[in-house]
Unconditional design. Structure first.
Ligand SMILES: NC(=O)c1ccc[n+]([C@@H]2O[C@H](COP(=O)([O-])OP(=O)(O)OC[C@H]3O[C@@H](n4cnc5c(N)ncnc54)[C@H](O)[C@@H]3O)[C@@H](O)[C@H]2O)c1
Length: 280
C-alpha cells in the first residue's frame, strides 16, 4: 500500500488526545477494552467499585501503554458518585469523548450451586440489584457523561450487551448431574432482560443524540473462556459454529472499531461477535 493509504488506515483507528470512560473497567473484559483504547492513544478512565481497585488497574495500563490513565472508585448506581467522577475527569482531562457501558452483574452459573437462580425462587433483591447495575447504571452514565459530550457536540457511547440479547439462554448448559429439577441452576432472568434492554437504550440514545454528533452502538459478545469446567465447555462448543469460546482479548478489535472514526457512519447498531452462536 502507498504511504497515504497506510496513514489513512492508521488515522481511522487513532485515539490520541481522546478520553474514554470504561465502567467496570477493572474487571475481566473492561480491562481488555481499556487496554486497546490506551494502545490506540486514548486516556482511559476506569470506573469501578473500590473493591476492584481501579486505581491500581489504571496504573498498570498507563505503565504499559503510555497515555495518562485514571482509576476512580465509583458506584455507577449512585448519581452523586457519578457526578463526583465526572467532575474529577473534567478537572484532569477537560473532555469526555468515549463511554463504554460495560459493568454488569454476571454470576458464574456454570460453577453450580445456584438454586436461587430458578425463576420460581428468584429473589426480588437480586432482580433489583442486577437491573440497577446493568441497566440503570448504563442509563445514568449515558445521561451524565453523554450530556457533557452533547455540550461539545462530539462523542461515542458503546453499550456492552451479549449474545443473550439476541437468543434465549440454553439452560441445558448449566445442568448439574444428580440434582433434582427444582435445584438445577439457570442463567438468571435478569441477564437476558438487562442485555435486551440495552439494545433498546442504544437505539433510543442513537436517535436522541444524532443532532449532537454522538454515535451510540452496542456490541454483543459471546462467552469468554475463563477456566470454566470441561463439562460446560463441551456442551457450549456444540452451540458455537467456531467450536470454542472467545479469548479474553478477542473483542478488542470490535471495541476499537466502535470507539474510533473507523465506524464514523455507524449508529444505533448492534455488532455481534459471538463465534456464530446466534446465527444457528
Ligand atoms: N465474560 C463473558 O463471557 C461475557 C460475555 C458476554 C458479555 N459480557 C459482558 O461484558 C461485561 C463485562 O463482563 P466481565 O466478564 O468482564 O465481568 P466482570 O465481573 O469481570 O466485570 C464487571 C465489573 O463491573 C464492576 N461493577 C459491578 N457493579 C458495579 C457498580 N455498581 N459500579 C461500578 N462497577 C461495578 C465489577 O466490580 C467488575 O469489575 C458485562 O456487561 C458482561 O455482561 C461478558
Amino acid at each position: 500500500m502507498n504511504q497515504a493509504g497506510s496513514s489513512r488506515a492508521a488515522a481511522l483507528f487513532d485515539l490520541h488526545g481522546r478520553v474514554a470512560i470504561i465502567t467496570g473497567g477493572a474487571g475481566l473484559l473492561g480491562y481488555q477494552h481499556a487496554s486497546i483504547l490506551a494502545a490506540a492513544g486514548a486516556h482511559v478512565v476506569l470506573l469501578d467499585l473500590a473493591v476492584a481497585n481501579p486505581q491500581a488497574r489504571a496504573k498498570q495500563i498507563a505503565d504499559e501503554f503510555g497515555p495518562d490513565a485514571l482509576g476512580i472508585p465509583c458506584d455507577i448506581t449512585s448519581e452523586s458518585s457519578l457526578q463526583d467522577a465526572c467532575a474529577e475527569i473534567l478537572a484532569r482531562f477537560g473532555r469526555i469523548d468515549i463511554l463504554i457501558n460495560n459493568a454488569a452483574n454476571n454470576p458464574k452459573v456454570e460453577d453450580g450451586n445456584m438454586a436461587w437462580s430458578r425463576l420460581e425462587n428468584f429473589p426480588l433483591a437480586v432482580w433489583d440489584a442486577d437491573i440497577r447495575v446493568g441497566l440503570t447504571g448504563a442509563f445514568l452514565c449515558s445521561r451524565i457523561f453523554g450530556a457533557e459530550m452533547a455540550r461539545r457536540k462530539s462523542g461515542v457511547i458503546v453499550n456492552v450487551a451479549s449474545d443473550l440479547a439476541l437468543i434465549a439462554p440454553d439452560q441445558r448448559l448449566y445442568r448439574v448431574n444428580g440434582l433434582p429439577e427444582d435445584q438445577q441452576p439457570v442463567k438468571p432472568v435478569t441477564y437476558s432482560v438487562v442485555k435486551t434492554a440495552l439494545l433498546g437504550l442504544t437505539r433510543y440514545l442513537a436517535t436522541y443524540w444524532s443532532g449532537a454528533n454522538i454515535r451510540v452502538n452496542a456490541i454483543s459478545p459471546g462467552g469468554v473462556f475463563n477456566g470454566q469446567p470441561e463439562v460446560f465447555l463441551s456442551r457450549l462448543r456444540q452451540l458455537i459454529p467456531m467450536d470454542r469460546m472467545a479469548n479474553q482479548d478477542e473483542y478488542q478489535g470490535a471495541i476499537l472499531f466502535l470507539c474510533s472514526d473507523a465506524s464514523s457512519y455507524m449508529t444505533g447498531a448492534n455488532l455481534v461477535v459471538d463465534g456464530g452462536r446466534s446465527c444457528l
